[in-house]
Design a protein around this ligand. Structure first.
Ligand code: TYD
Length: 133
Protein backbone atom coordinates (compact mmCIF):
# COMPACT_ATOMS: atom_id res chain seq x y z
CA UNK A 1 0.00 0.00 0.00
CA UNK A 2 2.14 2.81 -1.31
CA UNK A 3 -0.69 5.35 -1.02
CA UNK A 4 -1.59 4.70 2.59
CA UNK A 5 -1.55 7.63 4.99
CA UNK A 6 -1.49 8.03 8.75
CA UNK A 7 -5.20 8.89 8.46
CA UNK A 8 -5.87 5.24 7.46
CA UNK A 9 -4.45 4.19 10.85
CA UNK A 10 -7.01 4.39 13.60
CA UNK A 11 -7.67 3.54 17.19
CA UNK A 12 -10.03 0.58 17.55
CA UNK A 13 -12.04 0.49 20.77
CA UNK A 14 -12.64 -3.05 22.03
CA UNK A 15 -15.51 -4.13 24.23
CA UNK A 16 -14.60 -4.17 27.87
CA UNK A 17 -16.58 -6.37 30.23
CA UNK A 18 -15.62 -5.50 33.80
CA UNK A 19 -11.98 -6.58 33.63
CA UNK A 20 -11.73 -8.58 30.43
CA UNK A 21 -11.47 -7.76 26.76
CA UNK A 22 -12.21 -10.19 23.96
CA UNK A 23 -10.98 -9.77 20.41
CA UNK A 24 -12.59 -11.89 17.74
CA UNK A 25 -11.20 -12.44 14.27
CA UNK A 26 -12.84 -10.28 11.59
CA UNK A 27 -15.55 -9.04 13.99
CA UNK A 28 -13.26 -6.69 15.88
CA UNK A 29 -10.30 -6.22 13.56
CA UNK A 30 -10.24 -6.02 9.75
CA UNK A 31 -7.91 -9.02 9.10
CA UNK A 32 -7.27 -12.61 10.10
CA UNK A 33 -4.69 -12.76 12.87
CA UNK A 34 -1.84 -15.06 11.81
CA UNK A 35 0.75 -14.00 14.40
CA UNK A 36 0.83 -12.50 17.87
CA UNK A 37 3.96 -11.15 19.54
CA UNK A 38 4.75 -8.86 22.42
CA UNK A 39 7.59 -6.69 23.65
CA UNK A 40 8.33 -6.46 27.37
CA UNK A 41 11.23 -5.31 29.58
CA UNK A 42 12.00 -2.58 27.06
CA UNK A 43 14.24 0.18 28.43
CA UNK A 44 12.63 3.63 28.63
CA UNK A 45 15.45 5.02 26.50
CA UNK A 46 14.91 2.42 23.73
CA UNK A 47 13.35 3.20 20.40
CA UNK A 48 11.71 0.14 18.86
CA UNK A 49 10.18 -0.28 15.45
CA UNK A 50 11.90 2.22 13.18
CA UNK A 51 10.67 0.39 10.10
CA UNK A 52 7.68 0.05 7.79
CA UNK A 53 5.96 -2.99 6.33
CA UNK A 54 4.99 -3.45 2.69
CA UNK A 55 1.92 -5.66 3.15
CA UNK A 56 1.47 -6.31 6.86
CA UNK A 57 -1.50 -5.02 8.85
CA UNK A 58 -1.12 -4.81 12.61
CA UNK A 59 -3.10 -3.83 15.68
CA UNK A 60 -0.80 -2.60 18.44
CA UNK A 61 -1.67 -2.31 22.14
CA UNK A 62 0.23 -0.51 24.90
CA UNK A 63 -0.68 -2.56 27.96
CA UNK A 64 0.08 -1.82 31.61
CA UNK A 65 1.67 1.60 31.60
CA UNK A 66 1.73 1.91 27.82
CA UNK A 67 4.04 3.60 25.36
CA UNK A 68 4.09 6.16 22.57
CA UNK A 69 3.94 5.41 18.86
CA UNK A 70 4.96 7.80 16.15
CA UNK A 71 3.51 6.98 12.74
CA UNK A 72 4.68 8.57 9.51
CA UNK A 73 3.53 8.15 5.91
CA UNK A 74 6.41 10.17 4.46
CA UNK A 75 4.36 13.39 4.53
CA UNK A 76 2.19 13.36 7.64
CA UNK A 77 3.20 12.33 11.13
CA UNK A 78 1.13 11.52 14.20
CA UNK A 79 2.11 10.72 17.78
CA UNK A 80 -0.25 8.46 19.67
CA UNK A 81 -0.19 7.71 23.36
CA UNK A 82 -1.21 4.05 23.69
CA UNK A 83 -2.02 3.36 27.32
CA UNK A 84 -5.55 2.07 27.38
CA UNK A 85 -6.07 -1.69 27.55
CA UNK A 86 -9.24 -1.56 25.47
CA UNK A 87 -7.69 0.47 22.64
CA UNK A 88 -5.51 -0.86 19.83
CA UNK A 89 -3.93 1.11 17.01
CA UNK A 90 -4.57 -0.30 13.55
CA UNK A 91 -1.48 0.30 11.41
CA UNK A 92 -1.97 -0.32 7.71
CA UNK A 93 0.90 -1.29 5.35
CA UNK A 94 3.27 1.43 4.16
CA UNK A 95 3.59 3.35 7.44
CA UNK A 96 6.88 4.07 9.21
CA UNK A 97 6.54 3.57 12.99
CA UNK A 98 8.70 4.26 16.04
CA UNK A 99 7.80 3.05 19.53
CA UNK A 100 9.17 5.03 22.49
CA UNK A 101 8.63 5.90 26.16
CA UNK A 102 8.17 2.39 27.51
CA UNK A 103 7.70 2.07 31.28
CA UNK A 104 9.22 -0.90 33.19
CA UNK A 105 5.92 -2.80 33.16
CA UNK A 106 4.81 -1.83 29.67
CA UNK A 107 3.83 -4.58 27.29
CA UNK A 108 3.44 -3.87 23.60
CA UNK A 109 1.10 -6.53 22.25
CA UNK A 110 0.91 -6.89 18.47
CA UNK A 111 -1.65 -8.75 16.37
CA UNK A 112 -0.38 -9.26 12.83
CA UNK A 113 -2.02 -10.27 9.56
CA UNK A 114 0.93 -12.36 8.27
CA UNK A 115 3.64 -14.67 9.52
CA UNK A 116 7.09 -13.17 10.07
CA UNK A 117 8.82 -12.28 6.82
CA UNK A 118 11.97 -10.17 6.71
CA UNK A 119 11.21 -9.38 3.02
CA UNK A 120 8.14 -7.44 4.13
CA UNK A 121 10.25 -4.97 6.16
CA UNK A 122 11.60 -1.62 4.98
CA UNK A 123 14.27 -0.75 7.51
CA UNK A 124 15.88 2.23 5.81
CA UNK A 125 14.02 5.57 6.00
CA UNK A 126 15.22 6.80 2.58
CA UNK A 127 14.17 3.50 1.03
CA UNK A 128 10.78 4.03 2.68
CA UNK A 129 10.47 7.51 1.15
CA UNK A 130 11.28 6.04 -2.27
CA UNK A 131 8.71 3.29 -1.74
CA UNK A 132 6.05 5.96 -1.04
CA UNK A 133 6.78 7.94 -4.24
P1 TYD B 1 11.74 -6.13 14.74
O1 TYD B 1 10.34 -6.29 14.24
O2 TYD B 1 12.82 -5.83 13.78
O3 TYD B 1 11.89 -4.98 15.80
P2 TYD B 1 10.92 -4.23 16.83
O4 TYD B 1 10.54 -5.25 17.86
O5 TYD B 1 11.78 -3.14 17.37
O6 TYD B 1 9.75 -3.70 16.06
O7 TYD B 1 12.09 -7.46 15.54
C1 TYD B 1 13.33 -7.62 16.23
C2 TYD B 1 13.98 -8.91 15.79
O8 TYD B 1 13.12 -10.05 16.05
C3 TYD B 1 14.34 -8.97 14.33
O9 TYD B 1 15.63 -9.51 14.19
C4 TYD B 1 13.35 -9.91 13.72
C5 TYD B 1 12.91 -10.79 14.87
N1 TYD B 1 11.49 -11.17 14.78
C6 TYD B 1 11.13 -12.47 14.48
O10 TYD B 1 11.99 -13.34 14.28
N2 TYD B 1 9.80 -12.78 14.41
C7 TYD B 1 8.84 -11.87 14.61
O11 TYD B 1 7.62 -12.18 14.54
C8 TYD B 1 9.22 -10.51 14.92
C9 TYD B 1 8.19 -9.44 15.15
C10 TYD B 1 10.55 -10.21 14.99
Amino acid sequence: MKNSTVFDCKIIEFNKQSNNITIENKMDIPFDVKRIYYLFDVKNSSIRGEHAHKDLFQVIFGLNQGLKIKIDDGQNKKIINLNNSNQGLLIVPGIWRSLTEFFPESICLVLASELYSEEDYIRDYNEFLNFKK
